[in-house]
Design a protein around this ligand. Sequence first.
Ligand SMILES: Cc1ncc(COP(=O)(O)O)c(C=O)c1O
Length: 348
Amino acid sequence: MEARPNLVDLVGETPLVRLPAASRRLGVSVSAKLELCNPTGSIKDRPARYIVEQALALGMIEPGSLLVESSSGNFGVALANMCRHHGLRFACVVDPNVTPMHHYMMCRLGAELHMVDTRDESGGYLNTRLERVHELLDEEVGAFWTNQYANEWNTAAHYHGTGPEILRQTEGRIHHLFAAVSSGGTISGCARYLKEKIPDLTVVAVDAEGSAIFGRPPRSRFIPGVGSSMVPKNVDRSLIDVVIHVPEEDTILECHRLLREEGIFAGGSSGTVMAAIRRYFEADGSQQGARVVAIFPDRGERYFQTVYDPVWVAKTYPALRGSGGIHDVRGAAAFVAPSLGAFLREGA
Ligand SMILES: Cc1ncc(COP(=O)(O)O)c(C=O)c1O
């Protein structure tokens, strides 16, 4: 196989892999779309690439232009890498919940970070982050807001990319699609494309308990990635058949189970999706033999301070202490997390 011209060229075309243990236990065929194989480690490489390339092609930005976004996570890292590649500048508004890994990667990839630390009236940072985004846009003529929650190019990235790949990899033999929701780009783009080809596909949106996306009141959540404290414009309810809310305790247990039983070291929302699949098929035994695709959005290493840190788990969710094999990783996490923290502090 010949060398690809650059890393950006490796975005997408991610593998689909069967999950033998989960499939056996639930009596359905579960496959995972490993978006964690994207170059910066998450599904967000897709919208970052699509949005930047569209804006460049339409002359809305050019090398040297400033991009602005509010993201404390994967989208910020993906955009930072895309801006590095195209010679763009990137200002990313973050809040104190940003993980050390995301903070470190964005800085090293050349992003300028703007930390907001004042909570808004809802107790979160969303509105203060948006205020800072608007200040940055006002400060520079021609600055471009990628705006992942409302930009339809976010959805288009999945309509033209992830959706067709799933159709090809399954040869159209898929009954259920399970996807975690935050901005809504993944589920709306994949569902729109796949339902055009497979009209009786069941699309299951997976959200975190405490998220406001599907009309519940927001409350504090600790695991980044899935959920939102507002209703994003990119969530198209007409494409969603079922919504499942998952408590963070189940997310943690399923992440550990994925590593133990399937050998997949995945991020929080992959565990959230697996918890939803379990709940859905355990409640309805009539679906035996169904073909299920689960989207796994990112890698596990960015959750060393939460999901994979047994000290954090025991403090945040005391009922999980020692359960579900979590204590099995005590040695590894206790060794890695503090040393990684020290490394990041020195290196940043
Ligand atoms: C880890 C993780 N899971 C799930 C999602 C949800 O994807 P989307 O924003 O396309 O709804 C995101 C988005 O940031 C994410 O970072």
